[in-house]
Design a protein around this ligand. Sequence first.
Ligand code: GLC
Length: 471
Amino acid sequence: MASLDTYIGTVRSDILKIIPDSRSFVEEHLFQVFFLPDEKLNKVKDLLQAEIDKRLHPDADLNDPFTFYPSFVEQVPDGSENGKYLAIDLGGTKCRTLVVDVNNKTTSQNIIEETIPMDYIRDESASNLFDYIADQLHRLLTDCKLLNTPTSLKLGFTFSFPVKQLAVDKAEVINWTKHYKCSDLIGKDVVDKLEDSIRKRGEMNVKCTAVINDTIGTLITGAFIDPHCSIGLISGTGTNGCCFEPVKNIREYRNTNGREEKMVAIDTRWNNFGYGDVIDFLMSEYDREITRDTVGINMGIEKLMCGMFIGENVRRVLHKMYTEGISFTSWKSWPSQWKDVFSLDTSVVSDILSHPLNGMVIVNKYLSKFNIDNLPENDCRLLYRVCELVVIRAGHVTAACVACLVQRVGKEVIGVAVDGSVFKHTSLYRDVLNDKANTLVDHKQKVYFVPCNDGSGLGAALIAAMMDKSD
Ligand code: GLC
């Protein structure tokens, strides 16, 4: 990609060429909203820094639902881990179960990945969801001939929702995010729930020895691949980051003597950052509408950057352009496929952007899958440009959050272990993130991104392997 500024300049002049009569819309609605100058991004970085410090403070209010808990993961793999370990990764729309062979500093794995039925996700009771997960594990252990083993198989559980972490293998749900309901699990231990369902399903001799957030799993996988990794990042349905923090900064370790030099990984829960009016200076009319229309989905600043909301932002901008007669004038009505909140999936945006801009035919071909009529070339180009702008903003805001953690970690060269569908499938997002994160950090620091495919699940298995050694 050419330098980011040149790129954005090209996007701006191209949109102005397509809709020359709507200069004010382009300037005020598209660029003001989606193109964030460095001052704003630096402000995000500083505010998030202050927020993390506040939450780590020994006097922080423990009853505050946004409080931090350490992960109790105090080390990274050293290469001496060996054996067969299991993992379950529950976080977005997919459930992944893994059998991982860790051997001689390498891993190989068998994975089953399934899209979780929406009914289970939206159910008030978590029982169907957990029974479903136990079924998936049973399927995998059957395939791998690991049913009824004489000794118990150790499992790491990646549970990517806000929890009150009480020990490495004990975490109570604070609330659900993303599309999940399952309210009867709030305040309960997810490990107990998982083990109950596994026991009920039968024939599996499995012990869950660790429960972690996906950021922590990804960081551990990253550190296994590259020792410079000290930050974990998820850019998927949700987004979040973690890093290692000195234990002396952590309330739970206050009375632990002789370990002051140790570090522990913390989930910064940056996804929550931005409630109230703290990030008002970033919020667009689209973000405000989205917040109003998605009451009950407990997500903060991530609404500006994660997979759950990128498609929704695009949908709202296109809708505004349609209703104001700025574009898509050939449509007699707004496409019914894009009527509801979340009906334009972020994967559509990633797919469209994966074709070069001049391949407009491809955009049309792609839209025809959704029964959306042939768009004139200019509308196609506009749609493409809107996708770009929304993704650029997502990359920028993520970069500000990453830069904040880079500042905390303080080393000169820092690897960020990253997993998640947005990062994996959207090359523009990757480029913007890399470019902007390096602009926002201290000029003596260099940050780079280490893709960790299935890192969140694999990391859980690696933690189970590390725990096994320290037993
Ligand atoms: C959501 C969850 C958080 C998770 C993130 C990435 O923000 O609340 O726990 O880490 O998504 O999956």
